[in-house]
Design a protein around this ligand. Sequence first.
Ligand SMILES: Cc1ncc(C[n+]2csc(CCOP(=O)(O)OP(=O)(O)O)c2C)c(N)n1
Length: 585
Amino acid sequence: MKQLMLGNAAVARGLYEAGCCVISSYPGTPSTEITEEAAKYDEIYCEWAPNEKVAMETAFGACLAGKRSFCAMKHVGLNVAADPLFTMSYTGVNAGMVVGVADDAGMHSSQNEQDSRHHAIAAKVPMLEPSDSAEALEFTKLAYELSEQFDTPVLLKMCTRVAHSQSLVETSGRMEPAVKPYEKDIAKYVMMPGNAIRRHPFVEERTRRLQAWAETASINRVEMSKAEKGDTTVGVITSSTSYQYVKEVFGDAVSILKLGMTNPLPVKLIQDFACKVEKLVVVEELDPVIENHCKALGLAVSGKDFLPVEGEFSQNLIAKKMGEEVYEGRAIDDPIPPRPPVMCAGCPHRGLFYTLSKNKCTVLGDIGCYTLGAVAPLAAMDMTLCMGASISAVHGFNKALGAEAEGKTVAVIGDSTFMHSGMTGLANIAYNQSNSTVIILDNSITGMTGHQQNPTTGYNIKGDPAGKIDLEALCKAMGFTRVRVVDPYDLKACDTVLKEELAVEEPSVIISRRPCALLKYVKHSAPLKVDVVKCVGCRSCMRIGCPAISIREGKAHVDATLCVGCGVCEQLCGVKAFQSTGKEG
Ligand SMILES: Cc1ncc(C[n+]2csc(CCOP(=O)(O)OP(=O)(O)O)c2C)c(N)n1
């Protein structure tokens, strides 16, 4: 059956059709929907793991047991999972195992721009790169065949455009792969030095065999120009979404070598293609991986001399850089006002960040919706690095400066991020004893990536009841005697607790607890309205940066369609101008 499908849904379909049985992933844009879509197939066990390393190791355990398995993550997640990946390259697999990794050129939703092909090269594992949804499905199935044929985990690299665009796919039924019973094999699976040293030559030999496969594989295909003159002036080597841009700009006016497997890269196929064209150009997003391979083969090639290393490509960028006509599109008469990201109206993080801002705290932050605490007018964040870094960094900051920093420096971290990689940082504070205050922003969900459950929420990926980790008990078990819980809608309580915990000379944890205002089960209070007679236009309520509040004709105004009646603004108003409309939202 033919149907339109999102790239990530097509990967999920490929997993289903390939007979994948176990999926363990950690959310991260643009990879999240693969696992969410896969969870809709009853035949596949799916779960959210606390982080990518756990997810990958879980998938490894399942493949070891003899079932086809999968894990998905965003590019930075592969850094977290790099440790198991590099050694799984040595052990190889039992049943097939595929790792989905989604890069985010253009940083639509990421803290850096990173090219995952480097991980494939460094870990010496094959990487397939689909360029549309049909290939996403087809390559997922192929990845399992390669995994089992070559005894290796296989990386399936998505990117934002392929993951989040829809195109036609042809679906078929689910296959049930032959059972691969688990057999004890210490030399293969126990990677202590004496065994690992014998597996390394296997890895190198496997790369040579995979490279030989790449020379003739149909997913690496040459499309010679069909232009009238049979124009072979320009030959483009490309892959992934860049292939689509080149096709859209040039049609079949240039010759193309489209690579579906970007690690290992073929040699003879590229050399033969280079011989057929006058000018060789590599069009690839982010780093010059294919280009450097061509250069190492001694080929004259251009690419990053005129194409950017940073940012996402587009049809227009390729057209502009390669001297073709640029489609300008329709001019928009009215300029669109810039809309910087802000915390939602009623976001429970707002009250806490207001308190931190008011107390002039140095805030070592983390990654999640709460990173928006860095945005004006709250501007209450000093650092964001990677998931979990807030807690480790506050420890280092306080160790470095001692009393100069203690008492005004805090770490803030979300519930999902705490489970991901905050706990080990907290263990370091408990163990090496810095006088640090850690604030866990518990909104009972992984908000940033679109409401995934996590080990603190009490529900699993299907929304069914699951184990629930008790944050207070966990922190106490780690040795923290001072563990406080506050409601971030209550500004006075937040202020009191923060001041008290900063004042004591021992490590402490504050749990700022209130569910995300966008969760289905959260009941909103009636929206507020402003009594314009009472309002003096002092703008105190504007200090919290709530998108529901604006100034109209010098007075505060509440947009009732946005307001959830959280009442934080009301607590800042010195003249009691805010009143409930009484109409429950
Ligand atoms: C290593 C890594 N994995 C995944 C992500 C994507 N990501 C960013 S923040 C986040 C979790 C946010 O959830 P939480 O900590 O609960 O905060 P909230 O957004 O709910 O405020 C995720 C999964 C990432 N940036 N880095």
